[in-house]
Design a protein around this ligand. Structure first.
Ligand code: F6R
Length: 241
């Protein structure tokens, strides 16, 4: 695992965008795994800037998002579909057919998880997966647990996650309690992983993920076993390293 400590959020975001841009430059038809949340917003802004100002080309890129709330329609402004279009897809030239996000309204959850997993397999797996991290150490919505769950699945969100994400909703009661998430195996099979974290609120999770034992109670700790994983964090998130 490589660890890069950026001075601040701006520098982290620029560096993250450069890594993604480098991936696309080396392989125009890259398969990107993408995340949502506050953390990657700066990176998406930088990528949009690179697209507009330097012609960074996403026309052959295929994307798979990590997760989606269960029960939210793509039009719901709290859905991850909505987030991704608002913050990224509407501003670059990724082809709509190349965008994949789990369907939070699928009638059969098991079919949807299998379909998603199969779509990733058909694409020959992820070239680069970008991750954030929860304050509880989650990656995607793989919450602290007694075992690692391999493939895309439905998950009950942790109280901590619901509390953390309530800031985006009108009230805590509106936060969905379930989500579809790529599993740990799906994430670990990505050829490269880039985990981003900023702010002191993530410092404990980063410490446990980097220096703690590999344990499903801190899902991100599994990344210690990945052959090509970079943690790109700001100084505040690196406070305990
Ligand atoms: C989002 C995701 C989550 C977030 C994590 C951090 O797609 O998979 O694991 O990366 O909850 O969220 P923020 O960046 O809002 O602190």
């Amino acid at each position: 695992m490589r660890i890069y400590i950026a001075d601040d959020y701006e520098q982290m975001s620029v560096k993250a965008a450069l890594i993604v841009a480098g991936q696309i430059t080396m392989k125009a038809d890259s398969i990107l795994g993408l995340c949502t949340g506050s953390t990657p917003i700066g990176m998406y802004k930088e990528l949009v800037k690179m697209h507009r100002q330097q012609g960074l080309d996403f026309s052959q890129v295929i994307t798979f998002n990590l997760d989606e709330y269960w029960g939210l329609s793509p039009e719901n402004d709290q859905s991850y579909h909505y987030f991704m279009h608002e913050n990224f897809f509407n501003h670059v030239n990724v082809k709509p057919n190349n965008i994949h996000i789990p369907n939070g309204l699928a009638e059969d959850i098991n079919d949807e998880c299998k379909r998603y997993e199969e779509a990733i397999r058909q694409a020959n797996g992820l070239d680069l997966q970008v991750l954030g991290i929860g304050r509880n150490g989650h990656i995607g919505f793989n919450e602290p647990a007694t075992e690692f769950i391999g493939e895309t699945h439905l998950v009950e969100l942790d109280t901590d996650t619901i509390n953390a994400n309530a800031r985006f909703f009108a009230s805590r009661a509106e936060v969905p309690t379930q989500a579809i998430t790529m599993g740990i195996k799906t994430i670990m099979q990505a050829k490269k992983i880039l985990l981003l974290a900023n702010g002191e609120g993530k410092a404990q999770a980063i410490k446990e993920a980097v220096t703690g034992e590999v344990n499903p109670s801190v899902p991100a700790s599994i990344l210690q076993l990945h052959p090509d994983c970079t943690f790109l964090v700001d100084k505040a998130a690196a406070k305990y390293l």
